[in-house]
Design a binder for this molecule. Structure first.
Ligand code: HEC
Length: 512
């Protein structure tokens, strides 16, 4: 019975506000919830996969449940109704006799979550990318795209080196170096262990290599930071109960010497109890460095709760010194119930993170539930509201509510996004432009998107949104954007047919 009570808490946190449960109950939650989620997965595999496919992709007797519009609607209410009542004439049994109401709702949520999580292989991933060869004229600059390298595995991050080469992470392959002519090195040996992405199979999507970032003094000290998700088996209550591996964000730094990853130091790790079996698509997984020697990392919602709970690492931006020490001036260092590394909280899927060295501000992007993508100025100790507040819609189609009396959470308690992007373009990474190649863009944000496949420029003044200009439209899923030497912009394009890196360079008409 306790399980179902906990389940009600999940629904609450998805459709309305998080419960501020007493401390001891909170601590108990993740384990219970994760076990529950694994159970929904099993319910699905045992009862539904035969017709709808183990990866929801459909089978002979049933229709696909992800990667497509649903025939009967995809709100929580509609999916719940489909499962409960079935479509007997079409071969979909009614499940109301087999499962309790709450189990049916859980299956609906499970499908909903997987639909959301499948962003990564969503529409667009399999489409052929065509890189335009003609000059693109934007408001201030003409530009051209050059393919640096093609045919990469699913990639996450690039980091330009001072000499014009690039570091690259491929999620299930590893770290490599791309030369100025677009040659890929062997994978660097000895980086943290990672695992196959898998076609969303039950063990796929846990244990990926995520962000690669250079220390601001890289040229002197050679430090490279790797953000990955560490996978383990039989290592906490969830993994033992579900007999499945679990994973969680972790940060190390090291150096590359003769093709080897050396001098590795652990910089940040989460408590083992917070490792979950939810796919790493929800990890956030970005790193940003403040030239004064602080590191920020974004950790997404690899569990449905926790985002509003300061005792949990999930749904947070964390801040540590470049060697992993906890800064004395972190906002919650003196709060015994909070993780001392927390910088800001209430984040959902913070996929972009960027420190503006000029203004000494941290900025980030994140995905809202449905619509409500955000660009945020990330201030210490502030609450970004998820799942309590978002400009997006709830899964059941209702507006996300805030300010319920019993929670004492008011609009003023929630930091509002500087830029609200609805309908959501699937915003990914962002960078403040500070280069020479496109002088009119200096100090603007260059923002990449996945679903919308666009690159756009955002002007911000006094921390307020001024305007937005699309620079390149309908290109590809852009996973990362970085500025290299000379102000050349690098885009990491993510596609099933092979990820690519392209350079955005000024076109001749502009330069001459
Ligand atoms: C014997 C095959 C079969 C099984 C088993 C089955 N389904 Fe279905 N299901 C179907 C078919 C066929 C449809 C399409 C109905 C239609 O075309 O209107 C469907 C439709 C659905 C829909 C609506 C999809 C839409 O596009 O709107 C949902 C949701 C769904 N099933 C969930 C489940 C769940 C959850 C289970 C397991 C508890 C399950 N199904 C088990 C055959 C099956």
């Amino acid at each position: 019975m306790k399980r179902f009570l906990l389940l009600l808490l999940v629904f609450n946190s998805v459709t309305a506000l998080p419960q501020q449960a007493p401390q001891d109950e909170e601590e108990d939650q993740p384990r219970g919830l994760q076990a529950l989620f694994a159970r929904f997965g099993d319910l699905y595999q045992e009862n539904c996969a035969v017709c709808h496919g183990i990866n929801f992709a459909g089978a002979v007797q049933g229709t696909p449940l992800i990667g497509t519009e649903l025939i009967h609607g995809d709100s929580m209410i509609e999916i719940t109704r489909s499962i409960r009542d079935g479509y007997a004439d079409k071969g979909m049994p009614a499940w109301s006799e087999t499962f309790t109401g709450i189990e049916i709702q859980s299956l609906a949520l499970w499908i909903k979550e997987n639909r959301e999580g499948m962003l990564i292989t969503d529409i667009g991933l399999n489409r052929d990318i065509e890189i335009p060869t003609s000059i693109i004229q934007t408001e201030h600059h003409a530009l051209r795209l050059e393919v640096l390298i093609d045919g990469l595995d699913m990639s996450f991050s690039i980091a330009p080196l001072p000499d014009g080469r690039l570091l690259l992470t491929e999620k299930s392959q590893g770290l490599s170096i791309i030369s100025v002519d677009g040659e890929q090195s062997d994978y660097i040996k000895g980086t943290p262990r990672i695992y196959q992405a898998g076609p969303s199979g039950s063990l796929g999507g846990l244990g990926w290599l995520l962000d690669v970032t250079l220390h601001p003094d890289y040229e002197k000290n050679g430090w490279i930071y790797l953000h990955y998700s560490e996978r383990c088996e039989d290592c906490n209550a969830i993994s033992r109960e579900t007999k499945r591996p679990v994973s969680m964000n972790a940060l190390v730094r090291g150096r590359i010497r003769n093709g080897h990853w050396v001098d590795e130091e652990s910089i940040w790790k989460a408590p083992i109890d917070s490792y979950t079996s939810m796919t790493d698509i929800a990890t956030g997984g970005r790193t940003a460095m403040d030239p004064e020697g602080f590191v920020f990392i974004s950790v997404g919602f690899k569990t449905m709760d926790g985002n509003q709970n300061l005792g949990s690492p999930h749904g947070k931006i964390h801040r540590i010194h470049d060697d992993g020490r906890i800064p004395d001036d972190n906002p919650f260092v003196d709060d015994p119930g909070a993780m001392a590394t927390i910088w800001s909280y209430g984040h959902r899927s913070p996929q972009g993170l960027e420190f503006n060295a000029k203004t000494r501000q941290l900025w980030g992007t994140e995905h809202g539930p449905r619509g409500g993508d955000e660009i945020n100025l990330l201030l210490p100790g502030r609450n970004y509201g998820w799942p309590a507040f978002s400009k997006g819609q709830n899964y059941d189609g209702s507006e996300v509510k805030y300010g319920r009396a019993d929670l004492e959470l008011e609009l003023k308690d929630i930091e509002q996004p500087v830029v609200d992007l609805t309908p959501s373009p699937g915003v990914s990474s962002l960078v403040f432009y500070d280069g020479e190649a496109f002088p009119e863009w200096r100090d603007d944000l260059i923002v990449a998107t996945l679903k919308a496949s666009d690159l756009f420029r955002v002007e911000i003044s006094d921390n307020k949104f001024v305007r937005k200009e699309p620079l390149i439209e309908n290109l590809a899923r852009i996973r990362d954007v970085e500025v290299g030497p000379g102000g050349i912009i690098y885009l990491l394009l993510e596609h099933a047919t092979g990820s690519k890196i392209v350079r955005v360079v000024p076109a001749k008409t502009d330069a001459g």
